[in-house]
Design a protein around this ligand. Structure first.
Ligand code: UDP
Length: 236
């Protein structure tokens, strides 16, 4: 089942058509970008690590009945997935204040939120992924209110599953971003679940184990992703 033509190429991943209708190959690239693509580098090994970590989390989510686009890992940096009709909405879950919410609301980084918070962003690089609400989604046809409710509930379920797994590895799940799509009318988790889209801090020291290492020049990115994988018991 070979890859065919490129269907879509983004900053961190590429999607290829296959000879099976409705199935794609998602390739995890070694490219790292931040600040809307203004900072760019190639990080050898990142694609393989993100593929391994995403595979691990998709499998764990499927185990508890959360539907994802994951079919199987096809190669070190390739995953076979169901093609989804993606919604142009990013769902962010936050357990601890960091990143954009600190700037937006003047919060101190590290503030522990009383309960997990969900936020919605419109997926549009040219606009810098602006924050939106359910009314925007309905009005502009990006998603129905009921679908947003379901995505928020699923994102909180994902948060619970991932937080537990990471905590056992001595890692705090600070925040993360998810993307959902439709498959036969069902809302299904797509994209990736890797340290590229999460903030992960060491529970003891708060040392950063995610893409902030790249954003803020805090050291080797593939080394920390490798540490995350190893702590989760993933062989890479
Ligand atoms: N995030 C992401 N892609 C985006 C925006 C955010 O994966 O386009 C992730 C980010 O890594 C973090 C979480 O979503 O784990 C919340 O990001 P935030 O809104 O704080 O924005 P940032 O500080 O990353 O610009």
């Amino acid at each position: 089942m070979m890859k065919k033509n490129v269907k879509y190429e983004g900053k961190g991943k590429a999607l290829y058509n296959t000879d099976i209708e409705g199935e794609l190959i998602q390739v995890f690239k070694d490219d790292a970008t931040a600040f809307d693509g203004k900072k760019h580098d190639t990080i050898t090994g990142k694609g393989v690590l993100n593929c391994a970590i995403s595979t691990f989390f998709f499998a764990a989510l499927e185990d508890v009945g959360i539907k994802t686009h994951f079919i199987r890992r096809e190669a070190d940096n390739e995953m076979r997935i169901h093609a989804l009709s993606m919604m142009p909405v990013e769902v962010v879950v936050r357990n601890i204040a960091a990143g954009s919410i600190c700037k937006r609301l003047g919060l101190e980084e590290g503030l522990v939120l009383k309960r997990p918070l969900t936020e919605l962003f419109y997926k549009d690089d040219a606009l810098g992924d602006p924050m939106i609400n359910t009314e925007h989604c309905e009005l502009f046809g990006w998603a129905k209110a009921e679908q947003i409710r379901e995505m928020r509930a699923l994102a909180l379920d994902v948060n619970a599953v991932m937080s537990n797994i990471l905590e056992e590895a001595g890692i705090r799940l600070v925040d993360f971003k998810l993307e959902f799509g439709l498959l036969n009318g069902d809302i299904v988790l797509g994209d990736e679940v890797s340290p590229d889209g999460c903030r992960l801090w060491d529970i003891e020291t708060n040392r950063k184990l995610d893409k902030d290492v790249f954003r803020r020049d805090l050291g080797g990115l593939s080394e920390v992703y490798h540490e995350v994988a190893t702590r989760l018991g993933i062989k890479v």
